[in-house]
Design a protein around this ligand. Structure first.
Ligand code: GDP
Length: 315
């Protein structure tokens, strides 16, 4: 990538897209273009085609997606499949038809089988059934990464994908029912602290294992692979550090300074028992995460408090 290239970031208002835009600006990329949802509906094939045709984009970074935690996904698999498959097909195929030579597509490690070997290597893709709670989202992301792979193999463009583990950071969605576990926990503990509640309700058994990556580390990984001439088709991005949901709850409790007791609601789903990705391929190429969970949590709690005070929080 040249610093003067026109780079399109799809989904620049989301947590991932905004982190990618910050990283591009910090690295001196001067021509980043974006379009708000109001300006461009990515589920509208014709609109996306027209957008690409009107701009001389050299590189597209597809961060746009409908995302949510276990609550939102399990209640809305049809919408997660439909919306995400349209966004993936339109942004990838639209780029190809407009002559864009380079594209990075972002997904998530929920594309891998529920009972994949741990840590999950890239080649476990499509070897066994998916986790049911987020099957719709996963199928859409698998379709997107396969479209990139087919176009690269058959049509001479460098389209490739990154699959990050569970992400968190500034601009996250703090919706109690629809959000991911880490931001939801921050909100629950902060609310209990500021409102003096005696207990904090959390979901499931607390035993599932997850890995958490700060979104600024993912953004650095995006630039890292985009600066490579010939990156692998598919790479995982994670820290390699695994925590149980119970341990995470204790860390968030400590980071917020909340003293309320934790109550586990076993009527809520646990989801996949373990989701640690194998990031050794990306690490062997030279990328590594820089933000520990403790540091990232402290930063994110501070971001949350700032956003609450400013009234900009996504709830
Ligand atoms: P996943 O990693 O794709 O399964 O999605 P999430 O980020 O929503 O994490 C879900 C895990 O956190 C499950 O094991 C849930 O049971 C557990 N969990 C505990 N409390 C909460 C909560 O308040 N919200 C969410 N979303 N998950 C929670």
């Amino acid at each position: 990538m040249d610093k003067n290239d026109i780079i399109y970031v799809a989904g620049h208002r989301g947590m991932v897209g905004s982190a990618v835009c910050r990283a591009l600006a910090a690295s001196g990329y001067r021509n980043v273009i974006t379009a708000t949802h109001g300006q461009l509906d990515l589920t509208d094939r014709r609109a996306v085609r027209e957008f690409y045709a009107a701009s001389a984009i050299k590189t597209a970074i597809i961060c746009a997606a409908k995302v949510g935690g276990i609550g939102a996904n399990s209640a809305g698999n049809a919408t997660f499949l439909h919306e995400n498959i349209l966004i993936a097909m339109n942004t990838i195929m639209g780029a190809y038809e407009a002559g864009v030579k380079r594209l990075l597509f972002l997904g998530s490690t929920c594309i891998y089988p529920r009972m994949a070997p741990q840590p999950i290597p890239e080649d476990s893709l499509l070897t066994a059934p998916l986790e049911k709670t987020n099957e719709g989202y996963a199928l859409a992301k698998i379709s997107g990464l396969k479209l990139c792979e087919f176009l690269r193999r058959d049509c001479g463009v460098t389209y490739h994908s990154l699959m990050p583990t569970n992400l968190y950071g500034p601009g996250d969605n703090y919706d109690i029912n629809g959000g991911h576990v880490l931001p939801t926990m921050i909100r629950k503990f902060e609310t209990a602290r500021t409102e003096g509640h005696k207990s904090v309700p959390l979901w499931g058994s607390g035993t599932p294992l997850r890995e958490f990556l700060h979104v600024d580390d993912l953004a650095a990984a995006c630039l890292f692979v985009l600066e490579m001439e010939n990156p692998p088709d598919l790479l995982n991005v994670g820290t390699g550090v695994e925590v149980s949901i119970r341990e995470l709850a204790e860390k968030v409790q400590a980071a917020t300074g909340c003293t309320a007791a934790i109550e586990w609601d076993s009527s809520k789903p646990d989801g996949t028992p373990r989701k640690l990705c194998d990031s050794s391929k990306l690490r062997s190429l030279g990328w590594k995460p820089r933000i520990s969970l403790e540091e990232g949590l402290a930063r994110t709690v501070a971001d949350y408090r700032r956003e609450v005070a400013a009234g900009t929080i996504r709830l």
